[in-house]
Write a protein that binds this ligand. Sequence first.
Ligand code: GLY
Ligand code: MN
Ligand code: MN
Length: 543
Amino acid sequence: MLKKLLFTLILLNICVVVSAQVPTDYLPADFHKERRAILRSKMPKNAVAVVFSNPTRNRANDVDYVFHQDPNFYYLTGFREPNAVLVLFSENQKDAKGNSYNEILYVPKKDPRFEMWNGKRLGVEGAKKELGFAMAKTSEEFVTDAINFKSFDNVNILKLNDDYRNSERDKGEIYDLVKAFKKQSGYKNEEAKDPNIGYIHKAIANVPDAKLEEVAKELSKSLENYPEYKKDPIIKEYISATDDGLRRELKQKIKIKLQKNSESNIDVKFLSTALAEMREVKTPEELKLLTKAIRISAIGQVEVMKAMKPHMSETEIQGVHEFVYKKYGAEYEGYPSIVGAGNNGCVLHYIENNKTKLGNELVLMDLGAEYRGYTADVTRTIPANGKFSPEQKAIYELVLKAQDAGIKVCKPGNQFWKPGEATKQIINEGLAALGIISSPSAKHSYFPHGTSHHIGLDVHDPGTYGAFKENMVITVEPGIYIPEGSPCDKKWWGIAVRIEDDILITKNGPVNLSAEAPRTVENIEKMMAKKSILNDFLLPNLD
Ligand code: GLY
Ligand code: MN
Ligand code: MN
């Protein structure tokens, strides 16, 4: 008896040791289950939601890109493999044996040969046991055992990207799953269109005859920045029609078309809105992981502040950041790392990071670790030689002042555009005071991007962008970018500054989750004067 107990204890111990060797702090199965329950409660009657995982994507020949799960799919399932699909029903269904179910997760089947090369799959049993799905099937069954989607009043999907590759390695690839879905649901490519195009069509169909010309002109003007909408054949025909007779004819045509489309039970809007409403407010479990991703990223910035020297390259700086992330067990970067010295910082999505010497430039570093799916988004801009020049300091402190004003208005109830309004005003006034623009109201492109966005499973997380609510996490990221050749004194050329922090909205005011990385000129210079152990990390010279 004692022997048996001892044996059991040893076995248990081994299990604990073995399982402790992989991360155990992913979101729990109950989190995902609860998300599905909330989504189901928002669905109309006799409805179904179909959410596809991401596919694998080919890099070259037989090498694929590192797989990353679709955030919406992950949020609802916790499943981290490709080629899967979730089907969620608004009401209980019954199978042939009389078992009742309201969701099915289809996952790739276990395959020892595949798993020998590419690692373990969870499989149907794993999906049931570890993810808590009462009903799980193989992805192939989504094709062979197809659901009759036409029998539902409402079939909800997210916009299909339709860039799925048919590698023919497997019968349950996303390519096959989407093809089967289209066949079973009677989906037409029409529905894949940007839903905004549908809204514009609807609006045209409802324009009073007397206003047809006026609205066409207004629409043409307001679509100036959206050339893709102007290419839509109906919109194009409407804004280029030369008389009201043609416009009336077109209006009639759209009405008939809309009537036909409304017979379709497929909805590409509901899921994206419902998921945005859910994902924009973080739960305590999410906040724990997101805060960790942010702290890791801020500490990465601190280590770089200590290590940076003018002889270093942008790539090397990127490597130092990413080394810190990995040291904390972060699995990825949340987006391609940006390290841009001097003029390179003016390219907003600069990811080449290939300048070989930082020199005496300011270095803009926009980097975010992804930890258990949640991504930070933190930017610091620091002088490679450890001391801001007077011009660098003037621009830096202006951006900092704008950022402080932006952070201050991150309070529940304030509209999402508030930080943007605050930062723009300060930057415009400051640029005018420095003589870089002629007056605060002068048009310029030195601050060409927005100030805030949600972060979470996506670096640009979905949201409704209405009023701030408690437990949202957003960025506040003003910037000033003065590329060489700008219409101002040359002394400003090549200066690019962005300061980006991740702010938790609380009823007691904004909490800066990335505050561990210094932001003021004084604190950055102090940090940069500290010794880094990386200064002694010498490698053989290969030249
Ligand atoms: N890193 C992308 C952004 O700041 O929005
Ligand atoms: Mn950002
Ligand atoms: Mn960023």
